[in-house]
Design a protein around this ligand. Structure first.
Ligand SMILES: NC(=O)c1ccc[n+]([C@@H]2O[C@H](COP(=O)([O-])OP(=O)(O)OC[C@H]3O[C@@H](n4cnc5c(N)ncnc54)[C@H](O)[C@@H]3O)[C@@H](O)[C@H]2O)c1
Ligand SMILES: O=C(O)[C@H](O)COP(=O)(O)O
Length: 626
């Protein structure tokens, strides 16, 4: 016989389903997530807060959608009321955005911080808002000691934020991807026209007292071919405007839909075709490993002789030394640059000083309108994330639409409890390496977004056995880091498509179990659950059916199926003042083996558990905390 007092979260308050209506009570387990805790839970590397907004959001949505009420607990508002969050703004942000932030938290506008100053401040901050000038490195996340919940990038490019580190530390990254699109496109067009007509050079010459009309003869735009490299938000707006100037516009973007290009009258072409036929090449792709130095000696050799380059994307997409060589040998006639590999570039930069180059100091997004726009966009996203809403502009977390989230809320609780239960059933073996989750649903598998459920199962499995805290941002990463393979299978069943999921089964393979009856015929620990009346239920353990609400603690017993067993175990628990909330018996066939699932409000003491184990017909039992 085996018994276990599993090492997981302690439950202090009982809760029962209110069957008179569809509301359910919120368990202390939920509350422990809802409570803010910057309690500096220490882990060797990963440090995140249990009060991460993603988890809060899931639970708050669960509260709202399931009409959850409290019986012996304070109101939700008082439970979730936390001290005002501190928001560090490290670069200049529009006033409208700052006002919005100030209405929600304490705002610390500290510009021009050195990396060391940023690291020393960050552990006191819940959110950080940056533009392109602040490098949010791994050191920043380490220095945050788990308090930093969200980094907001007031703009598009997130190449100055170490996304991998953010994800590892469970920190959400959001950006403001739309508000500066037009500003960047207009700046691209401004540079294109200014370059073609030597506006900057002529201006400098006149200010130096000269009148050089012959020197600054330009080139016309009408009828010329413009290659837009990266046909996203900015690229397509540049294309639209260039068409208005009478240019022939082509574009290269391996991921852009052809019909969107066609709608603007732009042909999508290969990279080589674009650069070899264009008179003007305008760069609008993000800086990624694939686009880094995409214009280099080799590719400059393929450009049409005398081409002109415009870059309002990122400096790193051009090999700047190669561009100087291409300008010097006439391959490239002119360049107009707003962005640089290093910002600001060195004062003696050959590129900046080149007579055929015009430059601006990363001004693409710098219009009053765009700055107010990004400030509001990012303030809303950061406040939303701090309130626990899933941001629509999350960069490192799956975006789960609100309606999907609300529908999945009760299954989210079920998923975590199944993970938590399954891991407590493991006795040893070669460690938990392989977990399979089977979702049975009437819905087409393509219409079932399980990322949230997978994250919660991962959380349920990992948290009771490690010091890592898992949330939607870091679940997949943490599983991978711990060598846990989580595979998913979706089975279409004949149930009501009104509900997203009929049942969830969690299987852990290649492990021993402290409750042998939890092993299925294939030798895997296997448990299955359903949501009934909004409450998560355990419906199968190994090959045995069960029907027990997943609340409070649980005792699973396997016994010889005979009369009087419920009474005997019930008596033992009653004598120890342990309140039984549910009981269900499942068996494979009459008078053979049965398993009894007993929900208990309190944790029975060792003596009580021992007495249960001594009941002659009981062959094995396990105590599990949910
Ligand atoms: N200078 C500024 O102040 C300023 C302002 C706004 C945006 N930007 C920069 O402009 C760039 C574009 O911004 P956006 O908002 O249009 O982004 P976006 O994501 O809407 O568009 C980027 C496009 O590039 C494409 N792309 C990705 N890899 C590519 C490749 N290898 N070759 C060709 N295309 C590729 C994508 O498919 C996408 O369509 C970003 O680098 C952004 O940081 C700069
Ligand atoms: O990616 C962006 O949004 C632009 O490069 C703007 O950067 P900025 O906010 O530093 O002006």
């Amino acid at each position: 016989m085996a018994s276990s007092a599993a090492n997981s979260l302690k439950l202090t308050q009982p809760f029962f389903p209110n069957t008179s209506n569809s509301s359910i009570k919120l368990s202390p387990l939920h509350l422990s997530f809802l409570h803010s805790s910057s309690t500096n839970q220490t882990t060797p590397r990963l440090q995140t807060s249990r009060s991460n907004p993603i988890i809060l959001n899931v639970l708050k949505t669960a509260v709202e959608s399931a009409n959850i009420s409290f019986s012996k607990t304070p109101s939700l508002d008082s439970v979730v009321s936390t001290p005002k969050p501190t928001i560090l703004v490290s670069e200049k942000l529009g006033e409208a955005g700052l006002d919005l932030l100030r209405s929600f938290g304490n705002v610390d506008c500290s510009y021009n911080l050195s990396p060391e100053e940023l690291c020393s401040k960050i552990s006191l901050c819940d959110a950080l808002i940056v533009r392109s000038g602040t490098k949010v490195t791994r050191q920043v996340f380490e220095a945050a000691k788990g308090r930093l919940k969200v980094v907001g990038r007031a703009g598009v490019g997130i190449d100055n934020v170490d996304l991998q580190a953010a994800t590892e530390f469970g920190c959400l990254v959001v950006n403001a991807p739309t508000a500066n699109t037009i500003a960047a496109a207009e700046h691209g067009i401004a540079l294109l026209a200014a370059m073609a007509r030597n506006v900057a050079q002529a201006d400098a010459s006149m200010k130096a007292g000269k009148w050089q009309r012959n020197k600054y003869v330009g080139v016309s735009l009408v009828g010329k071919t413009l290659a837009v490299m990266g046909f996203g938000k900015v690229g397509s707006e540049v294309a639209r405007r260039a068409k208005g100037l009478g240019m022939h516009v082509i574009a290269h973007d391996p991921y852009a839909p052809a019909d969107r290009a066609r709608a603007i009258g732009v042909d999508l072409v290969s990279f080589d075709q674009a650069i070899s036929t264009a008179d003007f090449i305008s760069l609008h792709m993000p800086l990624t490993p694939a686009t880094s130095k995409i214009l280099n000696d080799e590719t400059f050799a393929k450009v049409k002789k005398g081409a002109r380059i415009i870059n309002v994307a990122r400096g790193g997409v051009i090999d700047e030394d190669a561009l100087v060589r291409a300008l010097d040998n006439g391959t490239v006639a002119q360049a107009a640059l707003d962005v640089f590999t290093e910002e600001p570039p060195s004062k003696d930069s050959k590129l900046v000083q080149h007579e055929n180059v015009i430059v601006t100091p990363h001004l693409g997004a710098s219009t009053k309108e765009a700055q107010e726009g990004v400030a509001v966009e990012i303030a809303e996203a950061v406040v939303g994330a701090l309130k626990g809403e899933l941001a629509a502009t999350a960069v490192n977390a799956p975006m789960v639409p609100a309606e999907v989230l609300s529908e999945l809320a009760p299954y989210v609780v079920l998923a975590e409890k199944l993970g938590r239960l399954a891991v407590q059933l493991v006795a040893g073996g070669s460690g938990i390496q392989s977990v399979k989750v089977v979702y049975r649903s009437a819905r087409d598998p393509d219409n079932l977004d399980t990322r949230l459920l997978r994250a919660m199962i991962t959380k349920g499995i990992i948290e009771p056995i490690s010091s890592s805290f898992v949330n939607l941002v870091n679940a997949d990463f943490t599983a991978k880091q711990k060598g846990l393979r989580i595979s998913e299978e979706r089975v279409v069943v004949d149930s009501s498509p009104e509900y997203p999921v009929d049942s969830i089964q969690v299987q852990i393979s290649n492990v021993q179990s402290k409750f042998a009856s939890a092993l299925s015929e294939t030798g895997n620990i296997s448990i299955e659950g359903k949501v009934k009346y909004g409450i998560p239920h355990l419906t199968r353990v190994g090959s045995f059916n069960a029907d027990v609400s997943l609340e409070g603690n649980l005792i699973l017993c396997r016994q010889v199926d005979q009369p009087g067993m419920i009474g005997r175990v019930g008596n033992i628990l009653g004598e120890s003042n342990v309140n039984v909330s549910f009981m269900s018996v499942g068996r494979t066939s009459r008078r053979t083996k049965a398993i009894m699932a007993i929900g208990v409000d309190e944790e029975p003491d060792k003596e009580t558990l021992k007495k249960i184990g001594e009941v002659p017909a009981i062959e094995e039992f396990v105590f599990l905390e949910l």
